[in-house]
Ligand binder design. Structure first.
Ligand SMILES: C[S@@+](CC[C@H](N)C(=O)[O-])C[C@H]1O[C@@H](n2cnc3c(N)ncnc32)[C@H](O)[C@@H]1O
Length: 270
């Protein structure tokens, strides 16, 4: 059975990626196990897949035979494409009548610049569809056995970017600390010392539990549990590198209880 036949069995009707249309899709945190069937349908039909660095090669391997794979990310030692270049490229490809899949890590509308690309496509009159993905902030937590919400612990979850925290255009960290709600940080490894310092200076208790999940869902996944006061130093000492999610809040303590019964190594059906 080919991919489209498998999808037809699973989905009933497969959404059609039309020539001249763009799908803005999320590929989840990395492991192909977390890719949605809609995204696979896009991969199985696209003429061109314009992807970011965080999209796993195993996900790209699901692209239709003969599909062009175009890297449009900002990592991997290759020259960075600007956001304007990427949006322009999507418009050019669509105007050439190509079926375009724009594939991003996680969810395209969560710190993924998918909103900007959707606005550019709208302005250019290019028909597009948004395919949600599983965002790394929430899936990374779940995979690390840290529930995003626990009744009696929190009533909200703050998703924030660490980007810009080392300059004055960053967030009001004291205001976030004052909410008492857990803070889930994307792109925060570089600015973690400044952020954690600002949170404690803003009133967060210094022994607030904190976690870092590196490369969630992938073989190289690493998890560090610490406190808001020492997590930046411990991450540096352990040599932790992006991509990583940082979680700061009481919810982190639940992991220890859950880990008692969760198997460390998942068995796979052969
Ligand atoms: C440009 S943002 C993209 C976020 C993405 N749109 C999402 O919804 O997950 C990149 C950041 O996402 C986080 N990230 C993405 N994949 C990750 C993974 N597998 N494990 C940990 N963090 C990840 C890291 O904070 C990384 O710096």
């Amino acid at each position: 059975m080919n991919t489209l036949d498998t999808l037809r069995t699973l989905m009933g009707r497969i959404p059609v990626l039309e020539p001249g249309h763009v799908w803005l899709a999320g590929a989840g945190p990395g492991d192909p196990a977390h890719v949605t069937l809609d995204a696979v349908a896009g991969l199985a039909q696209a003429d061109v897949v314009v992807h970011d660095a965080l999209v796993d090669p195993r996900v790209l391997a699901m692209a239709r035979e003969g599909a062009a794979l175009e890297f449009a990310g900002k990592r991997g030692g290759r020259p960075s494409a600007t956001q304007a270049d990427i949006s322009e490229r999507l418009i050019v490809l669509a105007r050439q009548g190509k079926r375009v899949l724009r594939l991003k890590g996680g969810d395209p509308f969560v710190f993924g610049r998918g909103g900007e690309e959707a606005l550019s496509l709208t302005e250019a009159g290019i028909p597009f569809r948004v395919i949600p993905g599983i965002t790394s902030g929430l899936s990374g937590l779940a995979l690390a056995s840290i529930p995003a919400t626990v009744r009696g612990i929190n009533q909200a979850v703050i998703l924030a970017t660490g980007h810009g925290a080392d300059t004055n255009d960053g967030l009001d960290w004291a205001a976030l600390a004052a909410t008492g709600q857990p803070i889930i940080l994307y792109m925060a490894m570089k600015t973690l010392p400044q952020i954690t310092h600002a949170l404690v200076a803003g009133g967060m208790r210094p022994d607030m539990p904190a976690a870092i999940i590196v490369s969630a869902s992938l073989a190289e996944e690493r998890i560090l549990i610490a406190t808001v006061s020492d997590i930046a130093d411990r991450a540096a000492a352990a040599g932790l590198e992006p991509p990583a999610i940082v979680a700061i809040g009481e919810i982190v303590t639940v992991r220890e209880q859950l880990m008692r019964l969760i198997p460390q190594v998942l068995e796979h059906v052969s």
